[in-house]
Design a protein around this ligand. Structure first.
Ligand code: SF4
Length: 209
C-alpha cells in the first residue's frame, strides 16, 4: 500500500486517520506541531509519542522531503535561487529574496507548465505534473532551514500556473495559514495567474463563503 504524505494532510485529516486506528484525537495536534512548527523530518524524532504510535505512523505515512540540487547566489543582492529535486527526480525552482521588511520566497506550483506564455521559459519543456501541497510547503521549509531565516511573505509565481493546480494550491494555502502550523497570514501571500477566469471566480467565492 502506498504511504500517505502526511505533510499534505490537514490537522483534521490526521485526527480522522488516528481515530480510525484507535488512537487518541489529541495526538494529531502533537504530530502536526512536530511537522509544521518543529519541522522534524522523521517520526523517530517525535519524542512525546509512544514507540507504538511512532510505529503506526511509519506504517501509514511518509514525510516528504526536497533535496537541494543547486544553489545560485546573486552577486548584486541577497537573492538566492534554489534548484530542488523532488522524490521522483523531477526538478523545480524556488527563489529567496531579501527586502528591508524581511524575506520573501517565490515558489513553484507545477513541474513545467502547459499555459504556453510566449515570454516564459518555464513552459518550453512542457508540463510534467502538479506539485502536491507538501511539495509547495517544503520549498518554504527547506529554504528556511538552509538559509537559517524566517520567511515573512510568499509569492506563487515560480514554475507553473497555480490555478491550474487549483485543489492542491488551495490546500497549500490552508496548511500555510493554519494557526496550529506555520500560521502565515494570507495577507502575506500573492498568487500570480495568467488569467484562468473560472478559477479566479472560484477563488473569489471562497473569500465570501
Ligand atoms: S503561466 Fe506562468 S509559468 Fe506558465 S507559461 Fe505562463 S508565465 Fe510561465
Amino acid at each position: 500500500m502506498e504511504k500517505i504524505d502526511i505533510l499534505s494532510l490537514s490537522l483534521n485529516e490526521i485526527e480522522n486517520i488516528l481515530v480510525g486506528n484507535n488512537e487518541k484525537k489529541f495526538r494529531a495536534l502533537q504530530i502536526y506541531d512536530w511537522l509544521h512548527v518543529k519541522r522534524c523530518t522523521e517520526f523517530s524524532q517525535m519524542t512525546n509519542l509512544s514507540a507504538q504510535l511512532r510505529g503506526l505512523l511509519t506504517g501509514i505515512f511518509c514525510i516528504n522531503t526536497l533535496k537541494i540540487k543547486k544553489k545560485l547566489e546573486s552577486y548584486t543582492d541577497n537573492t538566492v535561487k534554489y534548484l530542488y529535486q523532488l522524490n521522483d527526480d523531477n526538478y523545480i525552482e524556488t527563489v529567496l529574496m531579501e527586502y528591508n521588511h524581511g524575506y520573501s520566497i517565490c515558489i513553484s506550483t507545477q513541474v513545467g507548465c502547459k499555459m504556453g506564455c510566449k515570454f516564459c521559459a518555464s513552459t518550453k519543456a512542457g508540463f510534467k505534473r502538479d506539485l502536491t501541497p507538501a511539495e509547495m510547503l517544503l520549498q518554504i521549509y527547506e529554504t528556511e532551514r538552509d538559509a537559517g531565516i524566517k520567511i515573512s511573505s510568499v509569492v506563487l509565481m515560480g514554475i507553473g500556473e497555480p490555478l491550474d493546480n487549483y485543489d492542491n494550491t488551495i490546500k497549500f494555502l490552508e496548511l500555510l495559514s493554519s494557526e496550529k502550523g506555520t500560521n502565515m497570514s494570507l495577507r502575506h501571500v500573492s498568487l500570480s495567474t495568467c488569467g484562468l477566469v473560472d478559477r479566479i471566480n472560484q477563488l473569489a467565492d471562497l473569500n465570501t463563503a
